[in-house]
Design a protein around this ligand. Structure first.
Ligand SMILES: C[S@@+](CC[C@H](N)C(=O)[O-])C[C@H]1O[C@@H](n2cnc3c(N)ncnc32)[C@H](O)[C@@H]1O
Length: 276
């Protein structure tokens, strides 16, 4: 299967917007009103709200990059809560959903189309927070995402990321739909390499987004390798399906880009313990 993954997934997500997929549904006027009043919550994974203390106490004036987060959901909520939002996504129609809510509610946010692995349109240290809900399953390699997120964050800023537990990808998804756990694939799974094009098309349809599992080493180790310190972690269940009875499908992390004074404070300890 030779495909341009980014342009395939751009069209696939535009189509999901037309099909009113769950992840493309704009939030209501009432949710925005509540957010303007300080009552808001957002998700990185499934249906579980992100702990409030993963965000700064006040969002007013906080520069947030919403990374692969279009769809008229988290981005306008965080904007209504006072943050300066830059919404970055590969799907023009997902970004259009963000603009639709913003115009409906008199909010101002900036939208930028692109691939999450290349944030070169942004300068170093441009944001206070990067908000990245489950989406890295749509790219085959994720180290560039972590490295770019680290680069565009200011020291002391956080990356909040949601991603899939890779274990889910070992199962035959057709059998899983029938409530049976049949182990079929080795990890990491790839819609391009682990399954024939014909089988993939029969299973998902030729217009479905292409997905890729990633190892936990790539997800968690990758963030650490990029320079982050993981300071928060939770798992959450899939919204529906038999798998939710057995294991959490999603993982969320809060990762800190340390300020240089934090690093300085830690240096004497490292020296004392002879850590190189
Ligand atoms: C599951 S949706 C997440 C957004 C949603 N607001 C949520 O609640 O989680 C995944 C998003 O990733 C975006 N996406 C897929 N591939 C991408 C890429 N290479 N770069 C940037 N965004 C991408 C899709 O267009 C889609 O909007």
């Amino acid at each position: 299967m030779s495909k341009d993954i980014v342009s395939h997934n751009e069209k696939a997500w535009d189509r999901l917007v037309e099909q009113r997929d769950r992840w493309t549904q704009p939030v209501s006027h009432e949710e925005i009103l509540a957010a303007k009043d300080g009552n808001w919550q957002v998700i990185l994974t499934g249906e579980e709200p992100v702990p409030r203390d993963w965000f700064p106490e006040r969002l007013t004036g906080v520069d947030i990059l919403c990374l692969a987060s279009g769809g008229g959901q988290q981005d306008p909520i965080l904007s209504a809560a006072g943050a300066n939002i830059t919404a970055f996504d590969n799907s023009p129609k997902q970004l259009e959903r963000d603009r639709y809510v913003a115009e409906r509610e008199g909010l101002s946010l900036t939208t930028v189309q692109g691939d999450m692995r290349d944030l070169s349109t942004f300068s170093d240290e441009q944001f206070d927070l990067v908000f990245h809900p489950v989406a890295n399953v749509f790219v085959p390699d994720i180290q560039p995402v972590w490295a770019e997120a680290y680069r565009v964050l200011r020291p002391g800023g956080h990356l909040l990321a949601g991603f899939m537990n890779p274990v889910e990808f070992i199962f035959d998804s057709k059998e899983l739909d029938e409530g049976r756990f049949v182990v079929k694939y080795s990890l990491p799974y790839s819609d391009i390499e682990s399954i024939s094009e014909q089988e993939w098309q029969e299973r998902y349809g030729a217009e479905a987004p292409l997905e890729f599992s990633h190892t936990l080493e790539a997800q968690i180790g990758g963030q650490i390798q990029a320079g982050f310190v993981i300071v928060g972690f939770y798992e959450s269940l899939r919204e529906r399906g038999v798998i939710a009875e057995y294991m959490p499908s999603y993982i969320a992390t809060r990762a800190l880009k340390r300020a240089s004074d934090q690093m300085d404070r830690e240096t004497p300890v490292a020296e004392k313990l002879s850590i190189k």
